[in-house]
Design a protein around this ligand. Structure first.
Ligand SMILES: NC(=O)c1ccc[n+]([C@@H]2O[C@H](COP(=O)([O-])OP(=O)(O)OC[C@H]3O[C@@H](n4cnc5c(N)ncnc54)[C@H](OP(=O)(O)O)[C@@H]3O)[C@@H](O)[C@H]2O)c1
Length: 335
């Protein structure tokens, strides 16, 4: 019952805040100040920077002069994105680099973080901002090569191993920022530490259960952000909800699969464009420090937002348990 009420609240919030013409969004947007920070000499790494929200953020950040690194799992989609970012931001090819990375493969994430940190070191550079954006919903039972369920491996483990590795290597250091694209759907669920691999769950035709399962990983991202914010006071951590946005990933949600393609296509005019939604990354990565709320903030439309509906607040013990599980996987998947 509590879950149903929270889901209804989430739907109501969706209508009021997260669609293209939601009144709260329209009001918030009127107060968005232009961001013109000079990001030249600053390196930004965006996972899933080849598509949707990540791609649009990459364009905006490249326009401010940043050295943009996109981490992608598919070479041709990545190369096409590089060409698009270079053309739209009107920058030289050297300013935008592609790195091959499947964030669901633990060993690859460790190796990537080591190589990437070394590359920065060799160039006498630090990572100004890590954007954990790659993610989505996989509506079938699949495992990564270490045997971890694929939604968990992509959305929770990938973010955890990448961030922790870049913190450990000091690629992220004083003044760096870590921004993660979460979802307001995480408000429905508490910090789940049981059945992390969905062994008791089933994948149904419309992906409703997979969607609910992915919400738990979006909650993990918010919890981990809080943990790191407390642990690393010199680094800025935050999460942001992009609103409901018309991207590839949106097509894997029940909003698409349940009403069917025709109705969904009509509805897409009511949800945000990737360009609008990328503001959640752009603001957190590029806004002047004075514009930002405390480290650990969960933002919606540039404002700190509540992280919980009733009954979803985690305890210290939940946080510690999650971190202990992830740490064990982190250690055991290193070469
Ligand atoms: N759209 C929404 O309404 C919405 C709402 C809340 C939160 N979000 C979050 O926003 C983020 C961006 O999604 P989007 O809406 O922009 O959808 P999208 O266009 O599908 O972008 C997702 C990106 O993540 C990449 N990705 C997924 N799994 C990966 C993996 N294992 N390794 C490397 N890259 C991987 C995808 O790569 P490929 O191109 O190779 O597939 C793609 O670049 C996601 O974390 C999503 O959960 C979206």
């Amino acid at each position: 019952m509590a879950n149903l009420v929270r889901t209804a609240l989430c739907g109501l919030d969706g209508v009021l805040k997260y669609m293209k013409y939601s009144p709260c969004y329209l009001l918030a947007k009127r107060n968005f100040k232009p961001i013109t920070t000079d990001l030249s000499q600053k390196s930004i790494l965006i996972t899933g920077g080849n598509s949707g929200i990540g791609l649009e953020a990459a364009v905006k950040l490249a326009k401010l002069g940043a050295n943009v690194h996109i981490a992608c799992r598919n070479e041709s989609r990545g190369s096409a994105a590089i060409d698009e970012i270079v053309a739209r931001a009107n920058v030289s090819k050297e300013k935008v680099q592609m790195h091959m990375l499947d964030v669901s493969e633990c060993k690859d994430v460790h190796k990537f973080a080591t190589d990437f940190s070394k590359m920065l070191d060799d160039n006498n550079e630090k990572l100004y901002c890590l954007v954990n954006n790659a993610g989505g919903i996989i509506n079938e039972r699949r495992k990564n090569s270490h045997g971890y369920e694929m939604n968990f491996a992509t959305n929770t483990l990938g973010m955890y191993i990448l961030t922790k590795s870049l913190l450990s290597s000091n690629a992220l250091s004083t003044g760096s920022r870590v921004v993660s694209t979460t979802s307001s759907s995480m408000m429905i669920v508490p910090c789940v530490t049981e059945d992390l691999y969905f062994e008791k769950g089933t994948f149904d035709k419309n992906g409703i259960n997979a969607y609910a399962f992915a919400c738990t990983q979006k909650r993990h991202q918010v919890v981990l952000t809080d943990v790191w914010a407390a642990q690393y006071p010199d680094i800025y951590f935050c999460t942001g909800h992009p609103g409901y946005c018309n991207t590839k990933a949106a097509k894997d949600t029940p909003f698409y699969t349940v009403p069917g393609e025709f109705i969904y296509n009509l509805g897409t005019s009511a949800i945000r464009s990737p360009e609008d939604s990328s503001d959640c990354i752009f603001f957190a990565a590029a806004a002047d420090e004075s514009e930002l709320a405390a480290s650990g903030t969960y933002y919606t439309d540039r404002k700190p937002a509540a992280k919980h509906y009733f009954g979803t607040q985690e305890t210290d013990a939940d946080r510690q348990k999650l971190v202990a599980i992830l740490d064990e996987i982190y250690e055991s998947t290193k070469e």
